[in-house]
Design a protein around this ligand. Structure first.
Ligand code: GTP
Length: 352
């Protein structure tokens, strides 16, 4: 599992924790992937770490709590997707022809991982990529396939692409292909390894699926992913509770006349005050939402405080930040950790 990225698009949340460890539907994001891997019969996982590497060991240890053996490798300087996979090669336990599943650490996917491995074996492929169809393929590099699902090219982002299938960030490699990736320097699988395999006429297969898939790299997608798991749109064996409109972790409290809906998670010890509305949001541990506040499609960081009557829509509030009473923050606003936005003090002459 590739978990070494800095997660810059999710700042400021990723200043204190790497993206794969951000609380998602009540557990670190990666727990959902690890649980799905275990459910697909995987027993040994290597986490390819770089940014905030020590936090992964603290979170998952040797993996025994999840029924897995987890090993860790570290890149002092990030080696990119291909370099990260190569760096993990020394810890892989299979033989040269055995399949190795590689997952990007920021994907929520409901596809049948075991079926992807079966397709890979059946075709004796060098690599088998999970592919998903998107509505807006011009925003991505696309992956056209030919007869029987064989990948024919990796095309860069362009207008009017010939297919709507994109690389979904989950690969099955033949072990020997990983050993051939150059060691000790940055390599991108998307830009270097896969195009070179196709050029060399190696068998690169596409496993296309229509099941749930989401890249949680942006704040909007991150919130949506968490809510989708809570709502049960993607069933995750790691979800700590029943699916429904809200997931309340230990000692979270909600005033009787407050409404918490849309797959919201309330973290450990968080509080929602009288008459507040929290919809489709992720509220981290120990955060507090004041009376009458309205929080929609937003992330409220650990220990952050949202004042009475404040209104937040589609925003990210960093850890321990304070949004004073009555403030209104809209789409895309991000408040850095510890920042205090006090009560609105601008007055207009007509107010007097
Ligand atoms: P952004 O900075 O917001 O683009 O996020 P990111 O750093 O996570 O990059 P991206 O979303 O492209 O990465 C996809 C996956 O690969 C994530 O799970 C990353 O953790 C992982 N990843 C990206 N670069 C590296 C790297 O250099 N080494 C390792 N081991 N993993 C990486």
């Amino acid at each position: 599992m590739l978990v070494g990225g800095k997660g810059t698009r999710l700042r400021p949340l990723t200043l204190s924790a790497p993206k794969p460890l951000l609380p998602t539907a009540g557990v670190p994001f990666l727990a959902h992937q690890l649980a799905r891997a275990a459910a697909a019969g995987i027993t040994h996982v290597v986490l390819a770490t770089s940014y905030r590497a020590e936090m992964f060991t603290e979170a998952f240890g040797d993996g025994s709590a999840l029924g897995l053996f987890i090993d860790y490798v570290y890149e002092p300087t990030p080696l990119g997707t291909g370099g990260g996979i190569r760096n993990a090669a020394g810890l892989l336990r299979g033989g040269p022809d055995d399949p190795v599943v590689v997952l990007n650490g920021d994907i929520l996917s409901g596809h049948d991982l075991a079926a992807q491995v079966d397709l890979h074996r059946d075709h004796g492929a060098a690599v088998t990529l999970h592919l998903v169809k998107v509505d807006d393929p011009a925003r991505y590099g696309v992956v056209p396939t030919g007869a029987a699902g064989r990948v024919t090219a990796f095309l860069e982002k362009k207008a009017n692409p010939p297919t709507n299938k994109i690389n979904a960030g989950c690969y099955v490699f033949r072990r020997s292909v990983i050993d051939e990736i150059p060691a000790g320097r940055p390599v991108s699988v998307e830009r270097e390894t896969f195009p070179a395999l196709i050029e060399a006429d190696a068998v690169v297969m596409g496993y296309a699926s229509d099941t749930y898939w989401l890249d949680v790299g942006t704040p909007e997608a991150f919130v949506r992913g968490s809510c989708d798991v809570v709502l049960g749109h993607l069933l995750s064996p790691a979800m700590p509770g029943e699916c429904g409109e809200a997931l309340l972790l230990a000692s979270a409290t909600v005033a009787d006349d407050a409404r918490v809906t849309g797959g919201t998670v309330l973290g450990v010890g968080s509080r929602v005050g009288n008459g507040a509305v929290v919809h489709g949001s992720v509220v981290f541990d120990s955060a507090a939402i004041g009376a009458g506040a309205v929080v929609r499609d937003s992330i409220v960081g650990r220990g952050a405080r949202i004042g009475d009557g404040a209104a937040l829509t589609g925003v990210v509030i960093g850890d321990d930040a304070v949004v004073g009473p009555g403030n209104e923050l809209m789409h895309g606003a991000r408040v850095w950790p510890g920042v205090r936005l006090e009560q609105t003090s601008i007055r207009f002459s007509s107010d007097a």
